[in-house]
Each structure stands twice: as C-alpha cells, then as structure tokens.
Design a protein around this ligand. Sequence first.
Ligand SMILES: [Zn+2]
Length: 241
Amino acid sequence: MMIQKVFIDTSEIATFGYKPKGEVTEITTNNGMKIFMDIDSTFFCGDVIFSKEQVEDMITPRTRSAAIKSQSRYWPNKSINYILSSGFSSSDIATITNALSDITSHTNIAFHKVNNANKNYILFVCDEDANFSPLGMQKGGNEIHIQPGKQKGIYLHEIMHSLGYFHEFTRTDRDNYVEVFPGLAVDGMQYNFEKYAINYDGYDIGTFDFNSVMMYDSYAFANAIFQQWLNMVQDILWEHS
Ligand SMILES: [Zn+2]
C-alpha cells in the first residue's frame, strides 16, 4: 500500500461527507485515485467508505479494464433490475439471460428480471438498427439497444458500458500497448479512437487486456482504402497458403 502523505490537519482535506476522528493518511492508488485513511483505519473519499479489501484491490487490481470514476454512475447495492422489451425472440432472451449470468458468476452484481421499474433499471430494447448503451447508471433508467440475433459478446459489451466500463483501447495508457491509426478510419468515425479521458473522468484498472470484451477488432471502422488494402493482403496470403 503506497502511503504518500500524512496530514496532521484534517481541514486540509474536503470533509463534506465522512468526518475523520483524527489524523488522516493519504493513500494514492496505482491509477492516481486518492483515498484517505482515518486513525481507526476507516478508508474514505468524500462520502464514500471503502473496505480494506476494496482498497487493496484498487492498489493491486485483480481485474483489467477502464471504468468511469463518478460515483453517481455506479449502481447502488450491487443489484440491478432489468426489463425486456417486446420483440426479442426466445433465443435472444436465452442469450440475454446467459450474458447476465456470466456477469453474476464473475462479480458480486445481481440482476433481477422485473416487469416495470421507475429508476435504476436496465431496459433491453430490441432494435433493428443499432447496438448501444449509456455509460454507467442513468437516473431515469438505462436503455440498452441490441439488434435481434446477436451473439452473447455483444450483450456483454453493452451491459459492461451500462456498468460504467469504457472501451479497452481508449484507456489512457493504451499507447504503451496498441498503435491506433485514426487516419485509416471512415471519415467522421475518428472520435471512436479518442482516449476516454477527453470526455470522462475515469481510471485504468490493471494492465491492458487484449482479450477484453470491450476491445474492438483491429479493423473496426476501416475506411475504403484500408479495406481495399486488407482485401489485397488477404488475397495474397490466400494465394500463398
Ligand atoms: Zn462499445
């Protein structure tokens, strides 16, 4: 655990939430987030209290991803109600259920199927045109749009956005792992390759995960010239195989 600074005077830190009992120690996690430790070893930041395990996990992460920092975008009580709109086939519904149980089996998040809700819920919408999700919990409820017949990975990807996760290749440290060529992307689509920090306050967790469900493939948004070149290379490889 990296302890950088010991405060004598607690008025040095914002104490709008948790009120420290005495001398406070500042801890910086490996992603630059600051947490404070009270004399009785209570970990806090503003009005959020962390367990020792949570703090240890932030310092030596067991997972790899990039997530939004704003606490207001986090789901309360690790419990999420979800609603299925009409239009999904029985196999789509099986895929959704599968994706949700994949998440519950690897995390402490629970999903509950309900018929209606007025806040803090995910509404799955069957959409012929597009797949998308908001980032983190939205006050009015989250709508996740998925095209019919999609595989589980698409659901996992969009649900992860609703849980507050960014695309892995938009991590602030991605240049250490991948090279991005926005000039080879379809015009107007370059923004997809900007680092999340341009628009959001977030943090990188663990090291870069090439196998993340939040990665795009290497040719995502490839423009016509790049696509032509890719086809040419594939033809050559095909002839020589
Ligand atoms: Zn995405």
